[in-house]
Design a protein around this ligand. Structure first.
Ligand code: GLU
Length: 308
């Protein structure tokens, strides 16, 4: 990818199943923000956690995005093809003394109170079969979010020595998301608020890498009940590719951009064009989640749960 764009956004789904209403919101919000700013919009398959990936889900996701006229720029990046780059970055952190090997088990951490207390920081453990953790010597705890405003993260998990590579050899989401966003020249990240506190960890990584951090905008997530986002686990229905305009209208409604009366009958390309013109972070509900009906693929009556 070229680094010459003043706005590069992306959508980064995990191919663990087809897109549902909750994932359409993240796709649509990142798309509209990019197009509103005449930026490019990249697509990245976050298939790093291979045991959780479902064969063929990537294809279903691409088909659904196409059906909704959410056309991305350039080639789709697959994280599963990028291991060498993640390994090189992990090695670099170790060489610089910014990361270390940790032999603690999940059970040991649980017994220590649940958050990792830095037990192995100065043990100089070598060899395989260990996790690799980042030394979070001065974690970032505050940032400005374009939707949520000033965010102050106090969650201990966001501030602990985060895992870069797990004992079983899998690279962590926190490592690869930052590595890829830097590699792809991403300047603006628009995604669900379930990742709001994790952003502090990402910003700490940017700081250690002396890389320029992107601007963040976290949109509300669609939840079935308080704290339970719509997901495959609670049987969110796959989006119906035969009704793209209705799905887009429902997602727009969720994001605070209700279409004009006749809009729902317009083809998806026109719905999107209207939305690109009317898009603005100030319209989006400034809350972490909005409760929607559990088993529906689209969103009808909002029940506004609470502010952030
Ligand atoms: N792959 C992540 C997910 O599906 C999103 C990552 C991101 O947007 O930073 O939840």
């Amino acid at each position: 990818m070229t680094g010459h764009h003043s706005y590069t956004g992306r959508f980064a789904p995990s191919p663990s199943g087809p897109l549902h209403f909750g994932s359409l919101i993240a796709a649509l919000a990142s798309f509209l923000d990019a197009r509103h700013h005449h930026g490019q919009w990249l697509l990245r398959m976050e298939d790093i956690d291979e045991p959780r990936c479902v064969g063929g889900a990537d294809k279903l996701i691409l088909d659904t995005l196409e059906a909704h006229h959410l056309h991305w720029d350039g080639e789709v990046m697959y994280q599963s093809a990028e291991h060498a780059r993640y390994q090189a970055l992990t090695d670099q952190f170790i060489r610089q003394g910014l990361a270390y090997r940790c032999s603690c088990t999940r059970k040991m951490i649980k017994e220590a109170g649940g958050t990792y207390p830095g037990t192995c920081r100065d043990k100089h453990i070598t060899g395989d079969g260990t996790a690799i953790r980042l030394k979070m010597t001065s974690p970032v705890t505050r940032f400005d979010d374009r939707i949520m405003g000033q965010v102050h993260v106090t969650d201990a998990h966001a501030l602990e020595d985060t895992v870069l590579k797990r004992r079983d050899g899998l690279f962590s989401y926190n490592l690869v998301v930052v590595a890829d966003d830097i590699h792809q020249g991403v300047t603006h990240i628009v995604r669900g608020s379930d990742l709001l506190t994790t952003t502090a960890t990402h910003l700490s990584l940017y700081k250690l890498l002396q890389a320029r951090a992107p601007a963040y905008a976290h949109v509300p997530v669609a939840s079935v009940s308080e704290g339970r986002k719509l997901s495959k686990q609670n049987h969110a229905a796959a989006l119906n590719n035969a009704t793209p305009s209705e799905n887009l209208a429902a997602a727009l409604n969720f994001l605070g951009l209700a279409l004009p009366e006749d809009g729902i009958n317009a083809p998806p390309a026109e719905v999107l064009q209207w939305a690109v013109e009317h898009w603005g972070c100030d319209r989006i509900p400034r809350q972490r989640e909005i409760i929607v009906a559990a088993s529906e693929s689209t969103y009808h009556r909002p029940f506004i749960f609470c502010g952030i």
